[in-house]
Write a protein that binds this ligand. Structure first.
Ligand code: PGA
Length: 641
């Protein structure tokens, strides 16, 4: 933690603080904001805050609200300016940033409404320029921004300054990048509903703030954080322009820090303690970097890539290579539940007991088949007592056209076959659908119907993977039913449902995901709920004989050195898995043009990832497979002796 500069941070052009959790980082930012407000209040001066929206600052806003309620922190003299707003959305639109700010902060503190500023998304096109100038003028009149909070988009945007935005840019109307629109698609229930334009403060405007804190959580931000921090600034990664600011800090959690050189390749910037884990990482990296199989690495490869000290310590490349080769070699298994009656001394999973009670957790329906469909098939096929639990209903991710089809089907059945009650229910669903309009919230009935659609898809998918319908459980965790994306708040009820399931099954194996995701994502919250449930169960006997395997989650795979179990899939098995994914019809891309071989399409992405894991193993000189699903062994802190 902290931002002491050392040889390990030599490539970092902005001070970066790495925190154990987003929550801890948010506390530090809240400390700084609170100190500033109290100092200004003491001097009878206002505090001017620049605020951001999105998932990133939600934890900070919750902490500020807590301090207001419990610590008497007052916002009575605070003036705020938000970075941006979607163009075309009014302040009451559920996805407008004005509404977001009201719900996430303003409505819960004593800020004067007239002191809060968010660009107006409904300003007439010909008045936009004037409105943007007036926004800048208002910032100046308030004395300039004292403290600016920023998130960062995967495009490297700050505010909505997409690639192409220069350091001189001012508040203006911009066109959103397609990646940004894709990232917002879930909030808007489909990419086609995401506005194409926004009004944003410019980079020049942001750079005038006296102090800047950029926050980033979760693995999805790791790449863009390292680019912004370690590469010379260009307008392809606008956040890099923060390098010129004299008082800017970046606060990240471990997942968002993962691509910084000091974390990813520490041996390139300073002397490292060559633990077996570090050696494994470095040698696997060297093989990938040189494009050579592990057993073909020679002394020069080590010497020319900053690893001469390792060579000196360990002898020769020959010995190093062989030692390292065995580790990934022993991760490969076609028996993810362990091979009964086999010598398991070099297998990732134990042979006994057999069969095992196996619990597979899927944050939303489809994550399981998407990330580990081949493994699921094997577990079922190899005779284990399998339970697949969908932690949330997944109802938020069902697009309205699919809902409408289901309502019409019900209506038709009711008219043809049903009694009065069914017909009345179908008619009421139709009315609720009309009443909600394009962006309204789903009523309870509609949301329930959406959940049922996803259950049907999960059953269809399971059927292909030989997972019988009675092996599926739908937990419908309450945090999901009460929230929207980016606004979930898990509670005790979630944890007790999860703990109850664990106690009922007493699993020998749990497969789960979510450890490295953005803390407000469904995946991370489901993981948090699991962790808390595992903590509750820590004294119970079954935990002594339970192994937990993490799959990385949609969109990414573990890196070679992180993999403890690699389950290869034959071409037929792989095809079957893809068919399983296809059963989740509502999760197809809503835009057919995206479906043509593009990696942005959910279905194509699954095959790219599994194939690239297989390519990695092939290139390392281990074995050549069609596809591989990878897992990492994990033990909760509270389970360690
Ligand atoms: P996020 O968005 O906080 O929802 O990840 C950040 C941004 O796009 O600036």
């Amino acid at each position: 933690m902290g931002e002491t500069s050392t040889e390990f941070t030599q490539r970092e052009r902005i001070p970066v603080g790495i925190f154990n959790s987003a929550e801890l980082a948010c506390r530090e930012v809240a400390d700084a904001i609170e100190a500033l407000i109290r100092e200004r209040d003491g001097a009878d001066m206002p505090t001017v805050l620049g605020l951001a929206t999105g998932s990133t600052p939600v934890g900070l806003y919750r902490e500020l609200i807590r301090r207001h309620r419990e610590g008497g922190l007052s916002f009575a003299r605070v003036i705020t300016f938000n970075l941006d707003e979607y163009y075309g959305l009014g302040g009451d639109h559920p996805e407008s940033y004005r509404r977001f700010m009201q719900e996430q902060l303003f409505d819960h503190v004593d800020i004067e409404p007239e002191n809060t500023h968010v660009p107006d998304g409904l300003v007439e096109r010909e008045e936009v320029y004037g409105a943007c100038r007036a926004y800048e003028e208002a910032i100046r009149e308030a004395g300039g921004i004292d403290f600016q909070i920023l998130g960062i988009g995967r495009t490297g945007h700050i505010g909505f300054n997409e690639p192409g935005s220069g350091p001189e840019s001012r508040t203006r109307l911009v066109t959103l990048d397609s990646l940004t629109r894709r990232d917002a698609a879930r909030d808007f229930l489909g990419e086609e509903n995401v506005p194409r334009h926004a009004i944003t403060m410019g980079i020049g405007t942001i750079l005038e703030a006296k102090r800047i804190y950029l926050l980033a959580w979760g693995e999805a931000k790791a790449g863009v954080i390292s680019q912004s921090v370690e590469e010379a600034p260009t307008d392809t990664v606008p956040a890099g322009f923060l390098q010129v600011h004299q008082d800017c800090r970046i606060l990240v959690d471990h997942a968002a820090a993962a691509q910084l050189t000091r974390v990813r390749h520490p041996w390139l910037v300073g002397p490292v303690d060559w633990t077996p884990e570090m050696i494994r990482r470095a040698v696997l990296w060297l093989a990938r970097k040189t494009g050579k199989a592990l057993l073909k690495l020679v002394d020069e490869d080590y010497a020319e890539n900053g690893m001469a000290d390792l060579l000196t310590e360990q002898g020769s490349a020959y010995e190093l290579n062989i030692n390292i080769f065995n580790t990934p070699q022993h991760t490969i298994t076609g028996w993810p539940g362990g091979k009964p009656e086999a010598d398991d001394s070099h297998r990732p999973e134990r042979a006994d007991p057999f069969p095992k009670r196996v619990l597979v957790l899927s944050p939303e329906p489809m994550d399981d088949v998407y990330c580990m469909g081949g493994t699921l098939h094997r577990l079922a096929n190899q005779g284990h007592e399998l339970t697949v639990a969908c932690q949330t209903s997944g109802s938020l991710a069902v697009p309205d056209p699919d809902l409408r089809r289901a309502v019409e089907l019900l209506d038709e059945v009711a008219r043809g076959q049903g009694g009065e009650k069914e017909a009345a229910f179908a008619a009421s669903l139709r009315r609720q659908l009309v009443a909600k309009g394009q962006f309204g919230e789903d009523s309870r009935d509609l949301r329930y119907l959406k959940a049922l659609i996803r259950r049907g898809e999960a059953r269809a998918s399971g059927r292909l993977l030989e997972v019988d319908a009675d092996r599926l459980r739908f937990l419908d965790l309450p945090f999901y039913e009460q929230g929207r994306y980016r606004r979930f708040q898990p509670g005790k009820a979630d944890v007790s449902i999860m703990a109850e399931l664990l106690r009922e099954i007493r699993p020998h194996q749990v497969f789960a995901t979510g450890a490295t995701h953005d803390p407000l994502s469904v995946h991370a919250i489901c993981f948090l709920v699991l962790c808390q449930a595992l903590d509750l169960c820590r004294e119970e006997a079954w935990t002594r004989d339970c192994r937990i395997w993490l799959y990385r989650g949609p969109g990414a795979e573990w890196e070679a050195h992180e993999i403890d179990m690699a389950v290869p899939l034959s071409p037929d098995e792989f095809e079957n898995k893809i068919q399983g994914i296809y059963q989740h019809q509502t999760q197809r891309s809503q835009s057919p043009s995206l479906d043509k071989g593009s990696s942005s399409n959910t279905w194509n992405l699954a095959s790219l990832i599994n194939r690239s894991a297989a390519d990695t193993y092939d290139q390392l000189g281990l074995a050549e497979y069609e596809a591989i699903e990878c897992f990492r062994k994990w033990v909760p802190d509270s389970w360690r002796d």
